[in-house]
Design a protein around this ligand. Structure first.
Ligand code: G6P
Ligand code: MN
Length: 445
């Protein structure tokens, strides 16, 4: 089985390869092709993978290329994990917004719109090529903003593209653990958009255990999201939001904290990972050791220097124990081997949330089998959540439309309609600011 990884020079690729190395079952991935637009990053990561595989005769064979069509040919699965504009681009997404006094963040608010505007045209090109060159391949989209990018790709690939995120799984796992339930046996009633969803129930053998959590301030204070949102607010909501909802519910505090921070998250990662790729230019660098060290420093340093009230305090621990790669592998196995399972994924709505049309990509528990991911029916969202989901989906649609037409005024509309952008004038200045720093936005006229 052949797996192609787009963004193959990315820092997290060794986590994916590590997960593949742990898979010994029949039908596992035997060939990995890394693709990246940056040959230097590609060779750096390929060296890390080479060291990971050392001494393992069954390790999946690894090759790499900068030719996208070559990479796609014959692929059974494609992981799309690109970062258009790199971490430099992410840092600029964050900075331009913060300078305008609005949230500057990778996926939420103005920063997420800028990232989406840059990424959608590239993702659409990839989707078109997959449809032509590897029409039977399944595409697993890791690229953020994951819901929006998955929707853009689904217009060319239908339900053969599935978006993933580690945050709902992590949230479900933390809630289950606090309740003393086995995360594998619990059904997490979670729905929304990517980075904009709510856990409304956690069922074990048909019994909803969430009310027990919501009734107990002690339990609520004992896990990440409980601390982040506070017991009172969770009790008012009657649900546990994804950690990214903090940017909506505590926007003002987050913006201030981010403005005060010495570096944005993107700038921190850019500098830190930049040192790793620099180090890898020397032929004598022990690749795996350098990668491991960078990865450990990554969270520790950032948490010590910059983490604030808005930070996802314990996510570091989840990150290190692996998130995305586990979801991706579970999804790939379920499809490839018809190992039926339930996973929270980004897929087309198909009637699941009545307020959204059938093609809107949502994040929802899905039954996965050899025929793909099928959203399970869930209870409707409460009005406050419906309001946010509908306005953010409307913004995503403006982004898709601007990316398709190249219309600058549609891009302004996308920013201006976002609930976290508080003035049309700000939206205009954001478009000016972003187009002046991002070469990837030159298409907006
Ligand atoms: C979580 C989110 C991802 C996001 C990542 C950012 O895992 O689910 O969508 O990309 O955090 O982590 P970073 O270390 O890049 O700030
Ligand atoms: Mn995510």
């Amino acid at each position: 089985m052949k797996l192609t990884i787009l963004g193959g020079g990315g820092f997290r690729v060794p986590l994916v390869y590590g997960a593949l190395l742990g898979d010994r079952a029949e039908g596992r991935v035997t060939r990995v092709v890394l693709h990246d637009v940056d040959a230097g990053r590609l060779t750096a990561v390929a060296r890390v993978l080479g060291e990971q595989a050392a001494g393992d005769p069954d390790a999946p064979e690894v090759s790499f290329t900068t030719d996208l069509d070559d990479a796609l040919r014959g692929a059974d699965f494609v992981f799309s994990a690109i970062r258009v504009g790199g971490l430099e681009g992410r840092a600029a997404d964050e900075r331009v917004a913060l300078d305008e006094g609005v949230l500057g963040q990778e996926t939420v608010g103005a920063g997420g719109i800028a990232y989406g505007l840059r990424t959608v045209p590239v993702a659409v090109d990839i989707a078109r090529r997959v449809a032509r060159i590897a029409p039977d391949a399944w595409v697993i989209n890791f690229t953020n903003p994951a819901g929006l990018v998955t929707e853009a790709m689904s217009r060319h690939l239908g339900d053969r593209v599935i978006g993933i995120c580690d945050s709902p799984v992590g949230l479900g796992r933390r809630i289950a653990t606090v309740l003393g339930a086995n995360p594998r046996e619990a059904f997490i009633d979670y729905v929304g958009l990517n980075h904009l969803g709510w856990v409304r129930g956690l069922r074990v053998e048909g019994r909803d255990e969430l009310p027990r959590l919501l009734a107990d301030p002690g339990l609520l204070g004992s896990f990440e999201e409980g601390k982040l949102f506070g017991a009172d607010w969770l009790q008012s909501l009657g649900a546990v939001p994804n950690e990214y909802l903090h940017y909506y519910y505590f926007n003002r505090e987050t913006v201030r904290a981010y403005q005060r921070a010495e570096k944005t998250r993107g700038a921190f990662l850019r500098d830190q990972q930049g040192r790793f790729y620099e180090e890898m230019k020397r032929p004598d660098t022990a690749a795996l050791t350098a990668w491991d060290r960078t990865r450990a420093e990554r969270e520790a340093t950032y948490m010590a220097e910059n983490r604030d009230a808005a930070g996802a305090g314990e996510r570091a621990a989840d990150d290190l124990s692996g998130g995305y790669e586990k979801v991706a592998l579970a999804l790939m196995r379920a499809i490839a081997r018809d190992e039926r399972t339930t996973l929270i994924l980004n897929v087309r709505n198909r009637g699941t949330l009545a307020v959204l049309d059938t093609d809107a990509v949502i994040e929802v528990p899905c039954l996965v089998d050899a025929n793909g991911a099928h959203p399970v029916s869930v209870a409707p969202l409460p009005d406050h959540a419906t309001g946010l989901v509908c306005s953010v989906k409307a913004v995503e649609r403006e982004v898709l439309s601007a990316a398709g037409s190249g219309s600058r005024s549609t891009a302004v509309k996308a920013f201006a309609l976002h609930p976290l952008v508080d003035s049309v004038n700000v939206a205009r200045r954001l478009v000016d600011g972003y187009t002046s720093v991002h070469p990837g936005l030159a298409y907006l006229k």
